[in-house]
Design a protein around this ligand. Structure first.
Ligand code: CP
Ligand code: NVA
Length: 301
């Protein structure tokens, strides 16, 4: 059985990302059931909450003819300290892939080492690659010439920001990241991208990031497992995506948010519900991109 993991965007080449975007557009236009995953069971281990990722994967698996099994630590022996490496070896004998939402990226690496079936990263503290693939699809539907765009990231240098950096590493988008001091993205992920010639600018000035931007991304100020205090969140207030900030961006600039959104924190109700916001299309595209990912990584299994 060939091993085929999607642990981060760096598991894809530029060419593959391009092909996957094209495939996403085609799948979206023609939403049909098929049998790509016939007789396959995909096991989903979620150690954190999820609405979009869980449901879009489950629907995608169903529409591709497969079977999904959802597990949380509370309902499994993982919650009673059965080691990951034991869980991995057992589940690999039942199922055909693991779709995993967990804390440390190293957990996925351990699963990948012990389970000889594909592993999909459904979010870790470090990366959220499935999400940024569908975000790129959402942008490319509107702006096919991705290289001419300025894409801004405003807020926390979190798993989403790290994944955007990986995209900029593989795919030469022009990325501006504005975070408060001390909340920058992962330095190794950034350095690797810069060493590879990525076009990334880090700033602490949200106005610089949104000026001339075509797309403006944001995300929560306190990712799952962090529970930042109110005082910390005050440091982020200048990075709120609100009407005042958008006055400094072109009128055509669109706003993305992977959701769930915390209205009044990283984004205002007014902006989220405005015509600038493309978050619902962005959320829909999770389903189409999950199918692309499943097709890509499961067809060789
Ligand atoms: N955007 C995203 O991953 O949402 P969920 O946490 O609901 O899966
Ligand atoms: N950065 C957020 C993304 C949620 C989809 C988190 O990790 O909680």
């Amino acid at each position: 059985m060939q091993k085929n993991n999607f642990l981060s965007i760096l598991d894809l080449s530029y060419q593959e990302i391009q092909e996957m975007l094209d495939r996403g557009v085609r799948i979206k236009k023609n939403r049909r059931f098929n049998e790509v995953l016939k007789d396959k069971s995909l096991i989903m281990i979620f150690e954190k909450a999820s609405t979009r990722t869980r449901v879009s994967f489950e629907v995608a698996i169903k529409e591709l003819g497969g079977n999904s099994i959802f597990m949380t630590p509370m309902e499994s022996q993982l919650g009673r300290s059965e080691p990951l490496k034991d869980t991995a070896r057992v589940l690999a004998r039942y199922g055909h892939a693991l779709i995993v939402r967990t804390y440390a990226q190293e957990n996925l690496q351990e699963l990948a080492q012990y389970a000889q079936i594909p592993i999909f990263n459904a979010l870790t503290d470090m990366f959220h690659p499935c999400q940024v693939m569908s975000d790129l699809l959402t942008i490319s539907e509107r702006s096919p010439d991705l290289f001419s765009l300025k894409i801004a990231w405003i807020g926390d240098g979190n798993n989403m920001a790290n994944s955007w950096i990986n995209l900029a590493n593989r795919f030469r988008i022009n990325l501006y990241i504005a975070t408060p001091k001390g909340y920058e993205p992962n330095s190794e992920v950034l350095q690797e991208a810069l060493d590879n010639g990525a076009r990334i600018t880090l700033t602490q000035d949200p106005l610089e990031a949104v000026r001339d931007a075509n797309y403006i991304n944001t995300d929560v100020w306190s990712s799952m497992g962090q529970d930042r205090e109110e005082a910390t969140k005050q440091e982020f207030m200048p990075f709120q995506v609100n009407s005042e900030l958008l006055e400094n961006a072109p009128s055509h600039a669109k706003v993305l948010h992977c959701l769930p959104a915390h209205r009044g924190e990283e984004i205002t109700e007014e902006v989220l519900e405005s015509s600038r916001s493309i978050v619902w299309d962005q959320a829909e595209n999770r389903l189409h991109m999950q199918k692309v990912l499943l097709e890509k990584f499961m067809t060789k299994v």
